[in-house]
Design a binder for this molecule. Structure first.
Ligand code: 5AD
Length: 329
């Protein structure tokens, strides 16, 4: 497969064929089903200063929040009643959530919802921390690698962050028995066809259970606030390519795509994606989890966003099972 050609062609038939092939492979592996994950944004505090991110340490005028254990459990209860069987606890790298605090929360969710998968997305931690969280009951971990090119990584991150440590985390997570997710932004500043080729090679070699990709969207108050957004079209093509090179991958139609285009998530499903992640966070904190501008569905209730997503998926002919939706590898 010539990735450069697929990403640059202006032949609409070639693009349609690409989407159809990816969709066919997804159907073969998972059927015409889309899995739901309930996203709970537990904190927008972050010790890191990633140049693209709207909740970076130096983000000006951002009201910081963190959810309590009780609030998180309440989000899970609501989600469970709505048919969610995976909860994704996502947050900035917030030192308040020590291993002790986080293990207590994970264990409480595990106890209250033994039929659910618990996914963490809390950035880089040490191997021992990952081990303790795994023992407390976490099943999966999402940590986008952001780019598989070390120079590009350095362009997107402050010097105290290292590409090697990020990759080390992904390998540690894998060894500890997590289902692991990596991923990257499409159209991030400095991205080229060469760096994308490395991302795809990394995915092909590492074979992560999940891959999260979405367009880069500039965030106000960040060094990249004036940089152009990534393209929806390129994101869709990359979703299709990832499905084709790694047929079993769990591939979300991300909110960043839904933010950039009114039917972005439907188009992602048509290009081979098979996961959606409606927001279960409390209504009053959603707008504060502003990793990029105009983030989707800041106001709606959990029930509303879940029902909206279900209806949208049904309308394009997909079932949304009440199921953990584990990797079918
Ligand atoms: N645009 C799009 N995605 C972003 N992320 C962070 N900032 C942005 C942005 N401005 C993504 C990163 C991160 C994930 C949680 O969100 O890839 O890993």
């Amino acid at each position: 497969m010539n990735i450069r050609r697929l990403l640059t062609t202006s032949d609409p038939n070639a693009v349609e064929e690409l989407y159809a092939e990816a969709s066919r492979i997804r159907d073969e592996v998972y059927g015409r089903r889309v899995f739901m994950r309930g996203l709970i944004e537990i904190s927008n505090h972050c010790k890191n200063n990633c140049l693209y991110c709207g909740i970076r340490r130096d983000a000006p005028r951002l009201t910081r929040y963190r959810l309590t254990k009780e609030q998180i459990l309440e989000c899970c209860r609501t989600g469970h009643a709505l048919g969610f069987r995976t909860f994704v606890l996502q947050g900035g790298e917030d030192g308040w959530f020590t291993d002790e605090v986080m293990c207590d929360i994970v264990a409480a969710i595990r106890k209250a919802h033994p039929d659910c998968a618990i996914t963490l997305s809390l950035g880089e931690r040490g191997r021992d921390s990952f081990r303790r969280l795994r023992e407390a009951g976490a099943d999966r971990y999402l940590l986008r690698h952001e780019t598989a090119d070390a120079d590009h990584y350095a362009h997107l991150h402050p010097k105290e962050m290292s590409f090697e440590h990020r990759m080390q985390c992904l390998h540690d997570l894998r060894e500890l028995g997590y289902q692991v997710g990596c991923g990257f932004m499409v159209g991030s500043p400095g991205q080229t066809l060469d760096t994308l080729q490395k991302d795809l090679d990394f995915i092909r070699d590492f074979r992560p259970e999940m891959v999260g990709i979405g367009p880069f969207i500039p965030a106000s108050g960040t060094p990249f606030e004036e940089s152009p957004a990534g393209s929806v079209e390129a994101t869709l093509r990359l979703l299709a390519i990832i499905r084709i090179i790694h047929p079993h991958v769990l591939l979300p139609a991300t909110s960043a795509l839904g933010t950039m285009h009114p039917t972005g998530r439907e188009r992602a499903i048509a290009a081979g994606a098979n996961v959606v992640m409606p927001n279960l966070s409390p209504q009053d904190t959603r707008a504060l989890y502003s990793i990029y501008n105009n983030k989707l569905a800041t106001g709606s209730e959990a029930a509303e966003s879940a029902n909206d997503i279900r209806a949208r998926m049904k309308a394009i002919g997909f079932e949304v099972p009440t199921d953990r939706g584990d990797f079918a590898g």
